[in-house]
Design a protein around this ligand. Structure first.
Ligand code: URC
Length: 314
């Protein structure tokens, strides 16, 4: 049989699911950052590790894991996910001159402070839900100027589960021989929010990268996107998930000049009013509904990205 010609099209490698808890003990009111980190390295020097079984250029994934802990110890910015991710990624580019790209993803898991005897406790926490904050940074060495860095940076909220009991309708959609869904002026709206916002970061020299990023108020932007998401969800007289999504994304782009694009993926988690007419003619549909069946699957899925248009660029 003739041998087919192939080439190594893409590659990146590193450590995934590095678990790390940083406790900030600068005062006796401790703070915690509970992180799961992925660090992936890429570059043409790694080609031979795949094609010729040569490990000469390979930084062991075990060393990559260790680097996460060493930098977490010295870093002053672990509590700003984006800056810690940038510090890690830039470290690999600065340390190993043959690394061309460093891709770091960090998830932060929730720990809310316990309220004990009516007061926030100094060092005890509880897990108040599945929601995570995430960031994803890909830093590349400039092609002609090796000290130059280009940055793709985005941050996210994942798994923020929300529900409202009124203020949502769905009418005037296509009706044909496949349609059974009645129009409704008042329904339950529930979704598990995945929101992602992409930053506009200029290419800079390696030494200027962290100071440049430090000018962006990442934590405030995160709080703001989360607030806008919840505020819009609660207050919008929603005509559809699509229309509410668009309002959420547009508000955040308007609020923050650093944001280039805002995306949402919103499952429409259905709650159907149970038809109780079989039980002594009990009315529970449309305006009478107050007993619902949550439906785990299937759900709708509405996703869209809203981008800053070039004419509106600052
Ligand atoms: O907000 C909605 N958008 C849809 O596209 C859709 N389709 C559907 O069955 N219910 C809904 N709800």
């Amino acid at each position: 049989m003739a041998t087919v010609n192939v080439y190594l099209d893409k590659q990146e490698y590193g450590k995934d699911k590095v678990r790390l808890l940083k406790v900030h003990k600068d005062t006796n009111v401790h703070r915690v950052d509970d992180l799961t980190i992925r660090c992936l390295l890429s570059g043409s020097s790694f080609t031979t590790s795949y094609t010729e079984a040569s490990n000469k250029a390979v930084v062991a994934t075990d060393s990559i894991k260790n680097t996460c802990y060493v930098l977490a110890k010295s870093s002053k910015v672990v509590d700003t996910l984006e800056l810690f991710a940038a510090e890690l990624a830039n470290h690999f580019l600065d340390t190993y001159r043959w690394v061309e790209g460093a891709h770091v993803t960090i998830h932060r898991h929730r720990w809310a402070r316990m309220i004990i005897d009516g007061k926030e406790h100094n060092h005890s926490f509880w897990r108040d839900g599945d929601e995570t904050r995430q960031t994803d940074i890909f830093i590349k060495r400039g092609p002609n100027c090796k000290g130059r860095r280009t940055v793709e940076l985005k941050s996210s909220i994942a798994d923020l589960l929300v529900l409202k009991t009124t203020g949502s309708s769905f009418e005037d959609f296509v009706r044909d021989e496949y349609t059974t869904l009645p129009e409704t002026k008042d329904r339950i709206l529930s979704t598990c929010v995945d929101a992602t916002w992409e930053f506009n970061v200029p290419a800079v020299d390696s030494a200027k990268l962290l100071p440049t990023l430090a000018q962006i108020p990442f934590n405030t932007i995160y709080d703001s996107v989360r607030d806008v998401t919840c505020d819009t969800f609660a207050k919008d007289e929603s005509a559809s998930v699509q229309a509410t999504l668009y309002k959420m994304a547009t508000r955040s782009i308007n609020n923050w000049k650093w944001l280039e694009r805002v995306s949402y993926a919103l499952p429409n988690k259905h709650f159907f009013a149970v038809d109780l007419k079989y039980f002594r003619g009990t009315k529970n549909l449309q305006e009478h509904a107050d007993v619902y069946q949550p439906v785990a699957d299937p759900s709708g899925l509405i996703s869209a990205t809203v981008a800053r248009s070039l004419t509106a660029r600052l």
